[in-house]
Design a protein around this ligand. Structure first.
Ligand code: ADP
Ligand code: MG
Length: 567
């Protein structure tokens, strides 16, 4: 007999289900977008795997998505003949959340009380959005390549507002792919309508590349209502959005397409759509999200760029197409000259891919420059969300170092606020006569930076100092020795430019050196090995002494970091 098994949802899933149902109700219609998006991903995956293993098509290579409803049973069904799921996959994908950092993320959501829909969206609600409109969801699936006897039935009924368990049963299922049946909650009958479902498909899923089919309907004069026919018809346009001319694409189409490729709930911050011709031909549609995903700093960030070859999906998460420091970019690249059966390994040393990667990088930097110049508020938002990642580019991408440097934003003694708004060009424009270097200070926090004794002399002379308080700051400054010909210099290392000192100050410094020599010798003897040298300083006005690092030594933050890493 069929093996039936009751299983518990992972605690995080239960919490997520609860949040989804409660905070997304005002957006309930998105369930269809999410389920169609999954069906489309499943077709993409099958097409990709079948490129190497054509037998997976089982003689049926026409991938499609079908949507139907049943007024009497009060169900809406979304079906695809994509990759499908094995029993293990159904349990893993529909019962747990594998993404690292999930627990922390949900704790943070919990702490904010009534969770913000946008925050949940950032996590990607996906499949669970079915429960916004359904109180029972039945999934039947079979993975491509497995025998009909390896079908799986997955079912979850919500009792009250969150159910803790689901059931899986082995079933016979000749059809490959997945069918999701939504048993609608009381009061959700609006979705039992061909007109309403078509409207939602056109609104949210028009760009899906696989045909989405619904049953034809005709007006029955006698019954005075629309009746369904046996025959299916295609509802979506199913043309590659990026392949269409820009001027014909509406803003909402760009936005909906983004939500699908990025698995995001919110609209993007901005995008660039470009076709490159010449030796390497490719089209790119690249988006900047509005919000950093919660796993931006995990080792394996998800959902980068999708790679298509002549409008056929080839690869998800094609990390070779983007440098790591641009890992927040989402979208698609469609390459004209790659073979359709290209694999991840082949991308490793493909010249085509190298060219595309350089082109994509250039466009993203261009988009950021344009935002910084023309839409400073959007750029400020971008900087808050992704600035820390962009800084990695100074280290990672020497070829674009100066361009990236121009995009950095800092807190400084000029604004005296923790807001990072000052660019290096702003700084250059405010340099004092005779000032040769760009001064910065690294510290653990803005408060610590601001009260640093190292700043006193600079403040007094009105010389601006950039205040760097990210952990990564000491790393990248080591890779940016100068900007537009002006060296960067830490105020905690070495001395102030001589040109900034008056003649009197210089003289006073020399005299003090002479006069204090015996004191310095005694201090040096007392401190012994613990210091390299004891010197007279011109940079203090109030504090009696401060610790200084030699010009070419690692800064104190970095030294601490290296110690923590056991170096
Ligand atoms: P995401 O799409 O962001 O991965 P979802 O919650 O939408 O998250 O889906 C979770 C997982 O369930 C998918 O990654 C996929 O592995 C599996 N899944 C969902 N729907 C289908 C489907 N129609 N066919 C095959 N697998 C599916
Ligand atoms: Mg999904």
């Amino acid at each position: 007999g069929a093996m039936r098994q009751k299983m518990e949802f992972q605690a995080e899933v239960q919490q997520l289900l609860h949040l989804v149902v409660h905070s997304l109700y005002s957006n309930k219609e998105i369930f269809l977008r999410e389920l169609v998006s999954n069906a489309s991903d499943a077709c993409d995956k099958l097409r990709f795997e079948a490129a190497q293993h054509p037998e997976l098509f089982e003689g049926d290579g026409e991938l499609k998505i079908w949507i139907d409803y049943d007024r009497d049973a009060r169900t809406v069904t979304i079906r695809d003949n994509g990759i499908g799921m094995s029993r293990e996959e159904a349990v893993a994908h529909l019962g747990t959340i594998a993404k690292s950092g999930t627990r922390e993320f949900l704790q943070r959501l919990g702490a904010e009380g009534q969770a913000d829909a946008r925050l949940i969206g950032q996590f990607g609600v996906g499949f669970y959005s079915a429960f916004i409109v359904a109180d029972r969801v039945t999934v039947r699936s079979r993975r491509a390549g497995l025998p009909a006897s390896a079908g799986v039935l997955w079912e979850c009924a919500m009792t009250g507002d969150a159910a803790g368990t689901f059931e899986v049963t082995e079933i016979e299922r000749p059809e490959r792919g997945t069918e999701v049946v939504l048993h609608l909650r009381e009061g959700e009958d609006e979705f039992l309508s061909g007109v309403r479902l078509r409207e939602l498909i056109r609104k949210y899923s028009d760009h899906i590349l696989w045909p989405i089919l619904m049953r034809k309907e005709r007006w029955d004069e006698g019954r005075g209502e629309l009746v369904k026919e046996e025959e299916w018809e295609q509802v979506n346009r199913a043309s590659a959005l990026w392949a269409r001319p820009k001027q014909e694409i509406a803003e909402e189409e760009y936005v909906e397409f983004y939500k699908h490729v990025a698995h995001d709930f919110e609209a993007p911050l901005s995008w660039v759509h470009a076709k490159v011709e010449g030796r390497h031909e490719y089209t790119m549609l690249l988006y900047l999200p509005q919000r950093a995903p919660f796993d931006l700093f995990e080792r394996t960030p998800r959902h980068g760029l999708k790679l298509y070859v002549r409008r056929v999906f080839v690869l998800e998460d094609a990390e070779r197409l983007l440098p790591r420091y641009l890992r927040f970019v989402r979208g698609v690249v469609d390459a004209a000259d790659l073979p359709l059966n290209v694999s991840r390994e082949m991308l490793q040393d493909s010249r085509e891919i190298e060219a595309i990667r350089a082109g994509v990088t250039k466009r993203v930097l261009g988009l950021l420059e344009q935002l910084a110049k023309n839409e400073p508020e959007k750029y400020a938002r971008f900087w808050r969300e992704f600035g820390r990642v962009l800084k990695e580019g100074i280290i990672e991408d020497p070829a674009n170092r100066e361009r990236i440097a121009a995009l950095l934003r800092f807190a400084s003694t000029h604004s005296d606020s923790p807001e990072e708004t000052v660019s290096l060009d702003d700084y250059l424009g405010r340099m004092k006569p005779g000032q040769e270097r760009i001064y910065y200070l690294t510290a653990e926090s803005f408060a610590a930076a601001r009260h640093s004794p190292h700043l006193e002399a600079f403040r007094k002379k009105g010389v601006e100092v950039l205040l760097l308080t990210d952990r990564i700051d000491e790393w990248w400054v080591a890779y940016l020795p100068e900007y537009k010909g002006k060296p960067l210099a830490s105020v905690a290392k070495g001395e102030m430019d001589a040109a900034l000192l008056s003649e009197e100050e210089k003289k006073a410094r020399e005299e003090a050196d002479e006069r204090l020599k015996p004191l310095l010798e005694r201090l040096q003897a007392a401190l012994g090995e613990r210091v390299k040298a004891v010197r007279v300083s011109s940079r203090l006005t109030e504090a009696p002494a401060c610790l200084v690092v030699e010009e070419h030594e690692p800064g104190m933050q970095l030294a601490r970091l290296l110690r923590e890493l056991g170096q």
